[in-house]
Write a protein that binds this ligand. Structure first.
Ligand code: PMP
Length: 404
């Protein structure tokens, strides 16, 4: 049985008071809090095995290398990649998108098309626009509807033999919409395009199976799944990672260097130049173990309850409008109070110890679509409670009274 109070005890930060009130942390889509086991693993790494990896023959270097590579294997298993060398350590989702977009510069020709969706985070838009500038490729955008869902007919119509890569998120950070990526991947492949999935908002809620999805790339950040900031994963199919050129040059990524010519190391090292975030990579494995110990079935079921409870509770407030009303969504509620700026609501809830995010959530095109400057976003996770949602609803009502 899932026991939220038992789980909450794993997170020391949750016992804090903010502005004299118990902290209610509803900014989980921006970053998650860290359980004690993750904090201990960071300290343990530096107090017991800290050394540079892959090149030392001494004991500590071997221990650190083994721990780093074991973590890669753990993550391979978690996302069901076929090979550990298809699992690249990155600094986060943004790094993953840039690595792939940069690689495609050597493949694209003027007039080729790159497709993103109307629901993307800026980090899955801007690198592709930069790639268009470099190569003369053209950016196409899958449209969305008023529920915050992708219009799939529109996607199918946009596909052609000119489409070289389709880059979409698995789940929208601003609205919580779950996109039908399996269908998108299948159709894009039929048209001969590669598919990049931004999984940043999916991995906190589910275990992606990259072989079942058959995506060519899948990127996510460690800090959204109880791991350290500055960590992330880019999964790439072997054939694509072999085809793409390295992203950065430096130590670790070479086979042989002379002034005449350098040859590159095999996968995954070809894409991992320089000393990586060793502790982060190791501890990301610990964080994933922790999430698996809570159990994704428990997480999904409980978060769904919170979403339903929170949606009903907030909709009791007159003049409150929720953006993102797809039936298939995760525990994110993006909303506004009629006539009130979202920043003002966020400032008042903060005074009451409640952390929500306000603004455009790095998804300005979505805000433009709805004709709003931003929203208040409450994103729930498995350590949140219904009592905290009650506190949010009370704070929002208070903000309305004060600001109306
Ligand atoms: N894509 C989505 C959908 C996100 O939510 C985020 C983080 N808000 C990112 C990409 C970028 O992640 P990071 O800043 O960790 O690189």
């Amino acid at each position: 049985m899932f026991d939220v109070w038992k789980v909450r005890a794993d997170f020391p930060i949750l016992t804090q008071k903010v502005n004299g009130k118990p902290l209610v942390y509803f900014d989980n889509a921006a970053t998650s809090q860290k359980p004690q086991i993750v904090l201990d693993a960071i300290s343990q790494y530096y107090s017991e095995i800290n050394a540079n990896i892959h090149r030392g023959v001494h004991k500590l270097s071997q221990l650190a290398t083994d721990a780093y590579e074991q973590s890669r294997e753990k993550i391979r298993n978690h996302i069901n990649a076929e090979h550990a060398y298809e699992v690249l350590f990155t600094s986060g989702t943004t790094h993953g998108v840039n690595l792939v977009a940069n690689g495609f510069a050597s493949i694209l020709k003027p007039g080729d098309e790159i497709m993103v969706s109307a629901l993307e985070h800026h980090s899955n838009i801007v690198p592709w626009q930069m790639l268009c500038e470099r190569t003369g490729a053209i950016l196409k955008v899958i449209p969305m509807n008023l529920d915050g869902e992708l219009i799939i007919d529109g996607f199918v119509k946009l596909l052609s033999e000119k489409t070289k890569i389709v880059a979409v998120n698995h789940i929208s950070n601003a609205l919580g919409t779950v996109n039908p990526i399996k269908f998108i991947i299948e159709k894009a492949h039929e048209a001969g395009a590669a598919v990049f999935i931004d999984g940043a908002q999916a991995v906190p809620h589910l275990k992606p199976d990259v072989q079942d999805l058959d995506c060519d790339f899948y990127a996510f950040s460690g800090h959204k799944i109880c791991g350290p900031t500055g960590t992330g994963i880019l999964y790439g199919k072997e054939e694509w990672l072999e085809k793409l050129p390295p992203y950065q040059g430096g130590g670790e990524m070479i086979k042989e260097v002379t002034f005449e010519k350098t040859t590159y190391a095999g996968l995954p090292h070809k894409f991992e130049a320089g000393t990586p975030h060793i502790e982060g990579g190791i501890v990301l494995g610990t964080a994933i173990n922790y999430l698996n110990s809570v159990g994704f079935e428990n997480i999904q079921k409980y978060e769904h309850e919170l979403l339903e409870y929170g949606t009903n509770k907030l909709l009791e407030i007159d003049g409150l409008k929720i953006f993102g009303t797809s039936k298939d969504k995760t525990s994110v509620i993006s909303f506004n109070l009629e006539g009130i700026h979202p920043y003002d609501v966020g400032a008042i809830t903060d005074k009451m110890g409640i952390a929500v995010r306000t603004g455009h959530h790095c998804a300005q095109p979505i805000m433009n679509f709805f004709g709003i400057p931003g929203t208040v976003r409450a994103s729930f996770t498995f350590y949140n409670t219904k009592e905290e949602i009650d506190a949010l609803a009370a704070a929002v009502k208070k903000a309305q009274l004060m600001l109306a």
